[in-house]
Design a protein around this ligand. Structure first.
Ligand SMILES: Nc1ncnc2c1ncn2[C@@H]1O[C@H](COP(=O)(O)OP(=O)(O)OP(=O)(O)O)[C@@H](O)[C@H]1O
Ligand SMILES: [Mg+2]
Length: 340
């Protein structure tokens, strides 16, 4: 599926082909997340219709904050297109939202996912404490139908709301949702219950077999669980954007995770878009091709860069060959030279 992006954050104009597995790699601030969020934006726009509401939840700003700018000038039109789905804005007031999206649904695992899930565990606890201490607070909380609704109207910590919405959607209508009701504020707890449910999963220490609740588990493991839940539970044919899957992980764990994600994305008919800083992630993807768990035609790797001469994102495809070699490993040699 071809993705076309114009005048969006640091991207002047790019066209990339999204494959079942697409990896965006490059130095910091080169536009990886900007590009990865673009197709997700299409899905949310098709659903919500209101551009500024979506952008406020995604970035905490409205259209004028995400249109490509030099600080002095803003460059409209903004265009994001994938398949027949097209968003176009010729000014902050004049825009057209897509009628539909090329994917069944869209899911985003932002780089802050672990903190967001910890916060989601903390908010109901905070609610409980407030109610214990002050009965009047009960009344106040009763006006807010749920924590999700609260985050929807007051965009705190974007894109936390989308993360929670995407997360709760996976569990809604499924049998194993356990509600942690608490009197009148039941609804408050109910919306975040999937995350509470998640944290009641047990973590088993790999060396002693000690069992502890997931909220006491190591970060790498918790992040792994979050990623796995999305990869397994989102509907087939969905878009899944995962920022930096390597976060909190040792290289050996990164290799396992990337191989698993690539294989399952293809098996489940997903469009998986990942951003990364990890050369190991790139090489693990190539290894997955070599081991024939996925084919070269199902993978795309793009290297993003910017320079002082041309400050907007430039993209180069890095070919992955059947024998698991990659056309070029862009920043590795430089890193090695700096270290030795
Ligand atoms: N409206 C805008 N106009 C121009 N540039 C922008 C705008 N908004 C953000 N940027 C720039 O876009 C750049 C890329 O941001 P992005 O988050 O996509 O980078 P990234 O490659 O994901 O970085 P990291 O590796 O640190 O996560 C930033 O340097 C930021 O200054
Ligand atoms: Mg990023």
């Amino acid at each position: 599926m071809e993705l076309y992006v114009r005048n969006w954050r640091c991207i002047e104009e790019v066209k990339v082909d999204l494959k079942p597995v697409t990896l965006l790699i490059g130095k910091n601030s080169t536009g990886k997340s900007s590009l990865a969020y673009a197709p997700y934006l299409l899905v949310k726009l098709a659903e919500w219709r209101d551009v500024n509401r979506v952008l406020t939840q995604l970035y905490g700003v409205e259209l004028d904050g995400v249109v490509r700018s030099t600080g002095v000038e803003k460059y409209y039109p903004v265009v994001i297109q994938a398949g027949d789905s097209r968003f176009e804005a010729s000014s902050a007031q004049d825009y057209r939202v897509p009628e539909g999206a090329p994917w069944r649904d869209g899911y985003l695992l932002p780089s802050q996912r672990l903190s967001f899930s910890k916060l989601a565990q903390f908010i109901p606890k905070l609610g409980r404490k407030i109610i214990e201490r002050s009965p009047e607070a009960k009344l106040l909380l009763a006006f807010t139908s749920s924590i999700i609704e609260l985050l929807k109207t007051l965009p705190i910590l974007p894109p936390m709301y989308f993360f929670l919405e995407d997360f709760t959607k996976l569990y809604r209508g499924r049998g194993f949702l356990r509600l942690h009701r608490l009197g009148e504020v039941g609804v408050l707890i109910e919306e975040v219950a999937p995350l509470l449910n998640l944290i009641t999963y047990e973590y088993e220490d790999p060396f002693t077999r000690l069992k502890i609740p997931l909220n006491l588990a190591p970060d790498g493991f918790t992040d792994l669980i979050i990623v796995r839940i999305f990869v397994e539970m989102i509907p087939e044919g969905s878009l899944l954007v995962v920022e930096e899957p390597e976060i909190h992980k040792n290289p050996l764990q990164i290799i396992d995770l990337i191989k698993y994600m690539a294989r399952r994305a293809v098996e489940r008919g997903l469009t998986l878009v990942m951003t990364t800083h990890s050369d190991i992630a790139l090489q693990a993807l190539a290894k997955t091709v070599e081991e024939e768990a996925i084919r070269t035609s199902q993978v795309a790797v793009y290297y993003l860069e910017r320079s002082h001469e041309y400050p907007w994102t430039r993209i180069r495809e890095l070919k992955v060959y059947e024998d698991g070699t990659i056309e070029e490993l862009p920043d590795v040699e430089k890193a090695v030279a700096l270290l030795f």
